[in-house]
Write a protein that binds this ligand. Structure first.
Ligand SMILES: [Zn+2]
Length: 136
């Protein structure tokens, strides 16, 4: 799978301010490694964590509501393909189609709250057994 490369040096918050690499203890009061935090923090609550052991951001900066939507969409989506025996690559292809994304954009870590909600709207009925994935 192609991984979207984010130029961390030019990483920007959704508010337009640049992001700076800081220790996550500024967010959580306890360190979980580095995080990219909005330079307007704490006035702006934009931040994103890093891939374990690196300074590479997990996605783009998000506010609390977007982070919650991504978390919810991610767990439902992972549950979908794991529980239905769908190959991960097929599941991602399906996601691209239902949300209208390119393969570059099909990463929950960079999706907007609206896109996460659209994904959930498609995933939940399949999980509940009310509908099937097309072509299955
Ligand atoms: Zn910001």
């Amino acid at each position: 799978m192609k991984v979207t490369r984010l130029a961390a040096e030019n990483l920007q918050c959704f508010c337009g301010a640049p992001a700076t690499l800081r220790d996550s203890s500024v967010i959580y009061g306890k360190s979980y490694g580095p995080a990219w935090v909005c330079s307007r923090w704490p006035e702006c609550d934009g931040y994103v964590g890093c891939h374990p052991g690196t300074n590479k951001p997990l996605g783009n900066l998000a506010d609390n509501r977007t982070r919650a939507a991504r978390k919810q969409a991610h767990s439902a989506f992972d549950h979908l393909w794991k529980s239905k025996g769908i190959r991960r690559t097929d599941a991602y292809r399906w996601m691209q189609k239902v949300i209208g994304l390119t393969s570059e954009q099909a990463h929950i870590g960079i999706m907007s709250r609206e896109q996460c909600e659209t994904l959930l709207k498609h995933v939940l009925p399949v999980l509940r057994g009310e509908t099937r994935l097309p072509g299955r």
